[in-house]
Design a binder for this molecule. Structure first.
Ligand SMILES: Cc1cc2nc3c(=O)[nH]c(=O)nc-3n(C[C@H](O)[C@H](O)[C@H](O)COP(=O)(O)OP(=O)(O)OC[C@H]3O[C@@H](n4cnc5c(N)ncnc54)[C@H](O)[C@@H]3O)c2cc1C
Length: 451
């Protein structure tokens, strides 16, 4: 099928968000790219018209979109969320900006974005998509990829000198690497699962809540969040333990579901007319993290996106990290004059610590979102951090570092530990609730900043 003798030839496995974007980067460089995707072509299957699921895109995602030269196409469907709107148990609303004036994360439709990326990639004559082709194995020695054509049940093999595994958290390409000597692999499920629900548009087509915010109902060990869609709806996600006193295992009938929502998310219930139907129609999905190393095989097979680093969604960074993989690879391409052996080896060696760091930061942010955003001490910390940032622009709160800068994730993680120590000292100051902007805070800060 694909003859792989040409040096400017690559195979991408997986046409999800990262695989589709990476194909655009390769195509722009003049590569002949064969993309193999297990699912049917979402353009024909009408994916964009299906259930709307959205993602938060931040600076790292936009940086890749910019580098690929496609911002105008994506921007038109993105909704800015400059802050989070917290819904207290009694229905009280409070708003926390995420960053400075003008900074926002953006709600984008997963299907819409994927579709747009496929269309952009497919416009290149040097790109060939093979939908309904499931990668079943990779023979690393040749290297040769085996596929099942899901329409015919036929099995095929494809030779390729350069292979990118962008086939997600349960990557078949990674599975082939897992069977090699000294390949490390860790997979963990967290105890929480998630279920997607909907707040439809109001009768006039408008959003039923402020569309320019990420809405959160933090409830200790669990939470509901809602992100706006361009069609006036919100996609909500309930994050809840699978088992335990308050958990999915007790939500077994309509009454239990309604009682749970009325008790914990009372102000959301009137906005969700199809709550019970959606609850049963939509799956309860699990959340997995994976770590592996190396991300490559003999400098010619490379894992990117979730295939290399699958994380929990609580920092809104999984796709952003995968898009940043593309930015970094494309930058290395220039720096190393297109020498893939060096690019692949260096990328795998250098980027791994960032994958591990964002995994840890995302787990930490779960605690922040579900628990701390309703905690007065935490809110005080945010207020002091914002003031320090205003006064000392060099001091960047970690959320801003992750979401509004391209600082490597491992630096952000180190800074998170460092800033936790700063705020431990500041919040221990007597009378800090009233003197949060006083000279004592400045003194602690100045001491902390000293090398
Ligand atoms: C509930 C939830 C919310 C999230 N929210 C955010 C967010 O707000 N912001 C953010 O940045 N990230 C978010 N993420 C993470 C984000 O969804 C992922 O990081 C992102 O989708 C990874 O893209 P990918 O292309 O690497 O993998 P995927 O999106 O999983 O795509 C992999 C592709 O490979 C195909 N494939 C799989 N196996 C094979 C095979 N054997 N052969 C051929 N094709 C195959 C699949 O069909 C798919 O198309 C969220 C994740 C979840 C679960």
């Amino acid at each position: 099928m694909t003859n792989a003798s040409s040096p400017k030839q690559a195979v991408v496995i997986g046409a999800g968000l990262v695989g589709a974007l990476w194909t655009v980067f390769l195509a722009r460089r003049g590569y002949r790219v064969d993309v193999f995707e297990r699912r049917p072509d979402m353009r024909a299957a009408g994916y964009a018209g299906g259930r709307s699921i959205n993602l938060a895109m931040s600076v790292r995602g936009w940086a890749a979109i910019d580098k690929a030269g496609i911002r105008d196409k994506i921007e038109k469907v993105a909704i800015p969320m400059p802050g989070r709107m917290m819904h207290a148990a009694d229905g009280q609303l409070s708003y926390q900006p995420y960053g400075k004036e003008g900074e926002a994360i953006y709600s984008v439709s997963r299907g819409g974005l994927n579709l747009e990326l496929l269309q952009i990639a497919d416009a290149y004559p040097n790109v060939q998509f093979h939908f309904e082709h499931r990668c079943t194995d990779v023979d690393l020695q040749n290297p040769q990829i085996s596929f099942e054509d899901l329409r015919t049940g036929q099995h095929k093999t494809v030779e390729a000198p350069l292979i990118f595994g962008a086939d997600g958290a349960f990557s078949a390409v990674r599975y082939a690497l897992q069977r090699t000597d000294r390949f490390d692999y860790i997979q963990r499920y967290i105890e929480h699962g998630y279920k997607e629900l909907t707040i439809p548009p109001a009768a006039d087509g408008k959003h039923r809540m402020d569309p320019n915010a990420l809405h959160i109902w933090p409830r200790g060990n669990f939470m509901l969040i809602a992100l706006p869609n361009a069609d006036g709806s919100f996609t909500c996600t309930l994050f809840l333990s699978f088992e335990g006193e308050i958990s999915f295992e007790h939500l077994t009938n309509n009454d239990a579901v309604l009682a749970f929502f009325n008790r914990y998310f009372a102000d959301a219930v009137p906005l969700m007319p199809t709550l019970v139907e959606d609850f049963w129609a939509n799956p309860t999905s699990s959340l997995v993290t994976t770590q592996c190393y190396p991300w490559q095989w003999q400098n010619r097979i490379l894992l990117i996106g979730d295939a290399a680093h699958a994380i929990v969604p609580f920092y809104g960074q999984g796709m952003n990290a995968g898009f940043e993989d593309c930015t970094i690879l494309d930058t290395m391409y220039d720096a190393y004059g297109g020498d893939w052996a060096r690019i692949i080896a260096d990328f795998s060696a250098q980027r791994k610590k960032d994958g591990d760091a964002i995994l840890e930061l995302a787990l930490r942010n779960f605690i922040e979102m579900r628990d701390l955003v309703g905690d007065p001490k935490f809110l005080l910390r945010k207020k002091i951090a914002a003031r320090l940032h205003e006064r000392y622009p060099g001091f960047l709160p970690v959320y801003s570092m992750v979401s509004f800068s391209n600082t490597p994730y491992h630096v952000a993680l180190r800074e998170d530990d460092h800033q936790n120590e700063l705020f431990r000292r500041i919040l221990a100051l007597p009378g800090i609730e009233t003197n949060w902007d006083g000279p004592e805070v400045e003194r602690v800060f100045t001491e902390w900043v000293k090398p």
